[in-house]
Design a binder for this molecule. Structure first.
Ligand SMILES: [Zn+2]
Length: 342
């Protein structure tokens, strides 16, 4: 089986974006504020938005199942207040749930949280629990920077986040550490902010003893781990200077990297540097980079090709990356598959 642990609903019907624009207009003029019931998207529209896009590419590329979450750049937690994020997250999560119900063999949900800058993360727990209990979601996306590029929240190692971690452990769900759109002109959203955040999240964990407090907590750091695998020696050296245990013991029971690295040398490096047990297949399609690589003639985000081609993996380790690791890191996914006899 091939499980893609990182897909967003980037092709949702236009009505969703229109509703969001209206919600944002309503922040300036409350007379314009839309009601949740104003958003009407039929099952046929959902089907159409998936079949011709995400599902078509999954079939073409031989991807069986995608862990599917709301569009990351649209989370925009910095917009409005908690109420704004809460309504928006509920709408987006419900759409992903409906997609997973229409295509139960192809999609399973991961929740966006109703984070808001300066608001206690505890406020996200009801939505988290709703998504796990009612929607059967298997993970959350956790934004370490709800301010959208200004980094006003404490680091992930701070007790600020602990109530969420307690719930993650209770429900046995991992978090993909995933920022949203950048509203800081210094950082391009997908080219800088995402990768910075991946690297930053790793370093926040490295300098702390977070996983001593939460040995069962699991983070998936997307986009190949940002700069982490490339600079693995620097991180090992820093850990040594900080008198931390070896990274293997300090972080790698809890941190995993996906394969959203859009060229062969990047995947070769990732699979050479990071233990295979910590690498999960993902493509983040249809996402940040949608074009065709003129050097190969294939889509940049057709990441399965790089996994198939890397000399660092054999049939057994490839199976770990494609399926076994995901089933271990997302136990609720494993249970859902096992219940289907898979
Ligand atoms: Zn993403």
């Amino acid at each position: 089986m091939i499980i893609d642990c990182h897909g967003h609903y980037t092709t949702a019907p236009k009505a969703l974006e229109t509703w969001r624009n209206q919600q944002m207009a309503g922040l300036k003029d409350s007379a314009l504020r839309p009601r949740v019931a104003d958003l009407k998207i039929s099952d046929d529209e959902l089907r159409e938005s998936i079949e011709g896009n995400q599902l078509r590419l999954m079939k073409e590329r031989g991807i069986d199942l995608t862990i599917f979450s709301p569009r990351a750049s649209f989370m925009a937690h910095h917009v409005g207040d908690f109420e704004t994020s809460s309504t928006w997250a509920a709408i987006c999560n419900e759409l992903c749930f409906r997609v997973s119900a229409l295509f139960p063999d192809r999609f399973i949900g991961a929740a966006m949280l109703p984070q808001s800058p300066g608001v206690d993360p505890r406020s996200c727990i009801p939505e988290l629990e709703r998504c796990v209990r009612e929607y059967g979601f298997v993970a959350i996306n956790l934004n370490p920077d709800p301010s959208g590029g200004h980094w006003t929240s404490p680091p992930l190692s701070d007790r600020h986040w602990y109530p969420l971690y307690e719930k993650m452990v209770e429900h046995d769900i991992p978090a993909m550490v995933h920022v949203s759109t950048s509203c800081n002109a210094c950082f391009h959203t997908t080219g800088a902010h995402y990768l910075n955040a991946d690297t930053t999240a790793f370093m926040q964990c490295l300098t702390s003893d977070l996983f001593r407090d939460f040995p069962a907590l699991r983070f998936v750091i997307p986009h190949g781990g940002g700069a982490v695998p490339y600079h693995w020696g620097r991180f090992r050296g820093l850990a040594q200077e900080l008198k931390k245990p070896l990274l293997q013991d300090h972080l790698l029971n809890n941190i995993f990297f996906d394969t959203c690295v859009y060229h062969q040398p990047g995947i070769d490096l990732l699979t050479r540097v990071i233990p295979v047990a910590n690498i999960l297949f993902a493509s983040e399609m249809i996402g940040a980079v949608r074009g065709i690589d003129p050097e190969t003639g294939f889509f940049f985000d057709d990441t399965r090709r790089y996994i198939d081609a890397t000399p660092m993996l054999d049939a057994q380790t490839r199976h770990q990356v494609f399926e076994a690791n995901a089933r271990r890191v997302y136990p609720r996914l494993d249970r859902a598959l096992t219940a289907k006899g898979l």
